[in-house]
Design a protein. Structure first.
Length: 230
């Protein structure tokens, strides 16, 4: 029990001196008059990057879109991808999407979404940034495990474990960071009204950590919206 208490104190001390490696901040708005439980089918558009965002090329874009598609299952309702919605509308309405640009195709899907879905979702990365800072040298007090040997009153050799506070100096180090800001929105298909919006801002002390961050952003969004639908 004594050793367990000492270990707990050591862990608490380590957490106090370690730098903050992750931060996340979500800001939500939703239409309180809208009944989300009426939603049965949702079109999930491919996530995209705002023009001018340096997102690292097609691989990062695919990672983002895969995270969006995989996590949309948490809505617990019928989900149509953008490609599936395009095919369904082309079949029902005889629309030739091949003659349209990417943006025109999206607009046509949104305008006719009410014929195949109750709502649609978009996700846009507003900012993706890789940076670094230099953490200066620092000295912190840490606990160190020590042992000593002694003889008890019966002449038996014993060993005792104890802990002492010692100063430890860490040299300067470079810390790479990844930061993402993403806007996620859900619209009612019947009239195109915004019914749910989220701004998700995240930072992580890791270089090129966006793949995992995309997954956590998508997971959090679809899970929270799914709770409103169920």
């Amino acid at each position: 029990m004594f050793i367990r208490k000492i270990f707990g104190l050591m862990l608490a001390a380590m957490l106090l001196v370690l730098p903050q490696t992750v931060s996340a901040e979500k800001t939500d708005w939703f239409d309180r008059s809208y009944n989300f439980r009426n939603i049965r089918t949702v079109i999930v558009f491919d996530a995209a990057f705002r023009p001018g965002t340096d997102y690292g090329g097609s691989i990062e874009a695919r990672n983002l879109q895969d995270s969006f598609a995989q996590n949309s299952s948490k809505l617990k309702c019928n989900v149509l991808t953008e490609a599936e919605a395009r095919r369904e509308l082309a079949y029902r309405l005889g629309i030739n999407f091949n003659m349209m640009s990417y943006e025109q195709s999206r607009q046509v899907i949104m305008q006719n979404a009410y014929q195949i879905a109750d709502a649609w979702v978009t996700g846009v990365v507003d900012n993706l940034n890789h940076s670094y800072y230099v953490q200066p040298a620092r000295t912190v007090w840490e606990q160190r495990r020590e042992t000593r040997k002694y003889y008890d009153r019966w002449g038996n050799r014993r060993e005792e474990t104890y802990y002492v506070q010692v100063p430890v100096t860490y040299p300067p180090r470079r810390v790479d960071t990844t930061s993402i800001q993403m806007t996620l929105e859900m619209y009612e298909a019947r009239n195109g009204a915004l019914i749910f919006a989220r701004k998700d801002v995240r930072d992580r002390e890791d270089y090129h950590a966006e793949k995992g961050m995309f997954g956590r952003i998508a997971n959090s969004f679809f899970e929270d919206v799914g709770k409103k639908i169920r």
